[in-house]
Ligand binder design. Structure first.
Ligand code: HEM
Length: 472
């Protein structure tokens, strides 16, 4: 056992300088840390001992083999609990196990046919409504955010009310910003301390809470009306606990988590994918040809996904280069634990940053290059386990990972059926910035050129641009 700590930067006064560097550019801070100190680094932040691991083996030890020695950093969970309550994202131990058991059937493959239909409908509606003249850039990130919000409202609540989705969307943005501000405070300050972002945060929470409780009450009044995630949550019974049900408060908390965890991540992933397609037209054409051959013009259903392997590779490569969850939740050791050759005392924090591991040349040669063929079956096996973790790994791996991939594939296919995605003239590469999810700083705009127009131009029939209707 190595009695010393890994190398690391000097923290200075309470680590304030390090914290502010991390706040300014989290992914770059962690990449620099790896360049300077290697796969294991150590520093002090205030009263915390922080370990940062970026070696796949060490990561697997923390998240898998020794997962029982860690919980999520309790201070950060108190911030998230303001919105999520005591949901599966927040809880630990036996309570978490019970919730995860009860939620799992909602993400079983047999449910995916129905979800795919809802996703297809929501996407068709959103993409039909896109206003484009084929030349002027549109706010692509915002379009994807509104679309994924609509999807989660339908799959969770069977709600199609656009005003609900709009109010919820605005509230979620406020909450994400506030969570980040709270997390980077050098000390935890009670909620009554009047910090600038807190009044807006409280209003956003009230908006979401009122929405979720209203939808819950409506469903209690008409149980059995829909077969959605909410119906699953309300009827979920825990066989290992005498068929116990979730209380209303627990259902509310799980809904809030599905809602918050389930749409911004997917929207951000799709926004980066759109940018990748616009930046690599030859890759986009190959993916579009696959989509055309597999689907013609119809809306994709769940059973179509195996026939879209190259499209899936483009999505996986996007999640590598720009993982929406660029940093996993910080872990806190609940006992002394050995990771690699380091002994971490109880109370130590561990940071794991998929963004750093995904850009490591040892696991992903020419790591900055967008190369979907890395995920071709014959090459994917050479990626070490623990080096690709857009959804985390271990017992707390994302419960919605298959749902998210299906949603992204459906939306991506429908975009390619309708549009050629084009980078606006002179638009610089958007800088990735961590706002809970890894967002393009300053937003992401793209030109959506209807494919009928592209074809017309190719055959000399320019000027007849119209968006082709896509049929089920
Ligand atoms: C591209 C989209 C998504 C990405 C990149 C993503 C990423 C992640 C990651 C990395 C974690 C684990 C965090 C950690 O270990 O620190 C996680 C957890 C979680 N995700 Fe996702 N997620 C996505 C979509 C979804 C969707 C669609 C849902 C639900 C509808 C969802 C629900 C959850 C929940 C409930 C957890 C907590 C699980 C637990 O602690 O047991 N996510 N997600």
């Amino acid at each position: 056992m190595n009695p010393t700590r890994p190398p690391g930067p000097r923290a200075g006064l309470f680590g304030l300088r390090l914290a502010s560097r991390m706040f300014r550019d989290y992914p770059e801070f962690h990449r620099q840390l790896q360049r300077d100190h290697g796969d294991a680094a150590y520093f002090r932040l205030g009263r915390y001992r922080d370990y940062v691991f970026s070696d796949p083996e060490l990561i697997r030890e923390v998240l898998m083999t020794k997962a029982r020695s860690f919980v999520r950093w309790q201070r950060s969970m108190r911030v998230f609990a303001l919105a999520h309550g005591q949901s599966v994202l927040i809880t630990e131990g036996g309570v978490w196990q019970r919730q995860r058991r009860m939620l799992q059937p909602g993400f079983a493959p047999r449910r995916f046919d129905a979800y795919a239909r809802q996703i297809g409908d929501a996407s068709a509606r959103a993409l039909d409504a896109v206003q484009t003249d084929g030349r002027t850039p549109i706010d692509f990130e915002q379009t994807m955010t509104a679309l994924t919000m609509d999807v989660i409202m339908r799959t969770l609540f069977s709600s199609e009310a656009p005003e609900d989705a709009a109010a919820a969307g605005a509230a979620v943005q406020v909450l994400s910003r506030a969570a980040l501000n709270e997390m980077f405070l050098p000390f935890e300050l009670p909620q009554w301390v009047p910090l600038p972002w807190r009044p807006a945060t409280r209003r956003a929470l009230q908006t979401l809470d009122a929405l979720v409780w209203r939808l819950l009450r409506e469903r209690r009044a008409h149980p059995g009306a829909h077969q959605d995630l909410l119906a699953m949550l309300m009827s979920a019974a825990d066989e290992e606990d005498g068929d116990a049900r979730l209380s209303d408060q627990e259902v509310r908390d799980q809904c809030m988590t599905m809602f918050l965890a389930g749409h911004e991540t997917t929207a951000t992933g799709l926004a980066w994918w759109g940018w990748a397609m616009a930046s690599h037209p030859e890759i986009a054409r190959r993916a579009a040809a696959e989509v055309d051959a597999a689907l013609g013009g119809r809306i994709p259903v769940h059973g179509d996904l195996p026939r879209l392997p190259y499209l899936m590779q483009t999505l996986k490569e996007t999640l590598r280069l720009r993982p929406p969850a660029a940093a996993l939740f910080t872990r806190e050791a609940v006992e002394d634990v050995q990771i690699g050759s380091w002994l971490l005392p109880r109370g130590s924090l561990v940071m794991i940053t998929p963004f750093v591991v995904h850009h490591d040349e040892r696991w992903f040669p020419s790591a900055e290059r967008f190369d979907p063929d890395r995920f071709a079956p014959e090459r994917a096996d050479s990626i070490p386990r623990g080096a690709y973790l857009p959804f985390g790994v271990g017992p707390r791996v994302c419960i919605g990972n298959n749902f998210a991939l299906m949603e992204m594939a459906q939306v991506a296919a429908m975009l390619l059926q309708r549009f050629e995605l084009v980078r606006p003239a002179h638009a610089p590469e958007p800088h990735p910035r961590l706002h809970v999810t890894l967002k393009p700083e300053g937003g992401l705009r793209l030109v959506l050129r209807p494919r009928s127009a592209v074809r017309s131009q190719a055959t000399g029939l320019a000027g007849m641009a119209s968006c082709p209707r896509v049929h089920a």
